[in-house]
Design a protein around this ligand. Structure first.
Ligand code: G3I
Length: 316
């Protein structure tokens, strides 16, 4: 196999990337996006704040472009995300709605977005980042109005709007076995017991160089043992910049371990990396002095991590 997507397919897995629709006009970017990856996630275009900045006025252009790009390149689409406390439009966040009206607003949003793309989306992050680090539920406009009931309700609404999509809940710092992933485990166990249509758990895996959780594989496996699909949804491995060859080699090893752990868990369907090149990454904006987290460098050249991922999937 000469590409990541061929190698991953030979193992029955997907290899994904987060797409920034604003870069789809750049031929260097699109050649890699279309050629190397078999799944795409909208980095921002399918978030509520992007889609409906003003109530009732939907902006579909970026999300539509991504879905068209995926169809043209025979890619799966990973929808991200229907209900998240962050990147909400101000009118939702600060609207001061009574619970009944907020319920209607959330239901309409899910029905509209998941309904529009029904048939095009393989997986949806129905819920994103609902936990605090200690495994309790995060405070949000939704939690304040409904308690944790909004989670089951969102899954049911998404299933009604798109019965074919696999419905996921996604979070960060849930990569190893810890208080936060224990909270996730308790939640999905109880959702399954209640018959709520939840099909998968996403592990964002925004990692730091040298800090691979030792229980990563065991953690994926315990969720898989519930009968759920698991996926690595937003992988990147950041380091202090500028990068140097030794750090890039250690990064490659860590990428190799992540892919190896996914492959060791039969229900792990694939790995999405959060962006294509280091220059497209969110990291330097949020963690000044850190970066070099992706598979391609600033000039879109494959890094050691690229070759490690290719090799881990059994490619050339
Ligand atoms: O589009 C506006 C632009 O008009 C404006 O001029 C500019 C000025 O700041 O901001 C632009 O929006 C930015 C947007 O990315 C698009 O570039 C936002 O400020 C910025 O906050 C936003 O960051 C995104 C972040 O989510 C927001 O929370 C990152 O690109 C995106 O990679 C990141 O992705 C998240 C996942 O969705 C969930 N898990 C964590 C992950 C990393 O934070």
């Amino acid at each position: 196999a000469d590409t990541l997507r061929e190698a991953a397919a030979s193992q029955g897995r997907f290899i994904g990337t987060a797409l920034n629709d604003a870069l789809l006009g750049d031929p260097a970017y699109t050649a890699i996006a279309g050629g190397e990856f078999s799944s795409v996630t909208a980095e921002n275009a399918m978030k509520w704040g992007s889609l409906e900045p003003n109530r009732g006025q939907y902006n579909w252009a970026g999300a539509d472009r991504l879905v068209e790009f995926a169809a043209a390149h025979d890619q799966q689409v990973y929808g991200h995300t229907l209900v998240w406390h962050s990147q909400l439009p101000g009118w939702v966040e600060n609207g001061g709605f009574a619970p009944a009206e907020l319920r209607q607003i959330v239901d309409d949003h899910i029905a509209t977005v998941a309904g529009r793309y029904a048939g095009s989306i393989d997986r949806w992050d129905v819920l994103n980042e609902v936990f605090n680090e200690d495994g309790t539920f995060r405070d949000s406009v939704f939690y304040r109005a409904f308690g944790d009931r909004y989670i089951a309700d969102a899954f049911r609404a998404a299933h009604a709007a798109d019965p074919e999509a696999k419905l996921f809940i996604n979070d960060y710092n849930t990569d190893g076995i810890n208080a936060k992933s224990d909270g996730m485990y308790r939640l999905v166990s109880s959702l399954l017991a209640e018959g709520v249509p939840v099909h998968g758990v996403g592990f964002q895996s925004h990692m730091i160089l040298g800090q691979m959780p030792s229980s990563y594989r065991a953690n994926l496996q315990r969720f898989a043992d519930l009968g759920l699909e698991v996926a690595v949804t937003e992988l990147d491995i950041r380091m202090n910049t500028p990068a140097d060859p030794a750090r890039l080699d250690r990064q490659a090893d860590q990428y190799r371990q992540v892919v190896g752990d996914c492959l060791a868990v039969s229900r792990c369907s694939g790995v999405t990396v959060w962006g294509i090149s280091d220059r497209d990454s969110w990291i330097p904006d949020v963690f000044p002095g850190e970066g070099a987290a992706n598979l391609y460098d600033d000039a879109y050249r494959p890094k050691p991590a690229y070759w490690a991922v290719l090799d881990a999937f059994g490619g050339a």
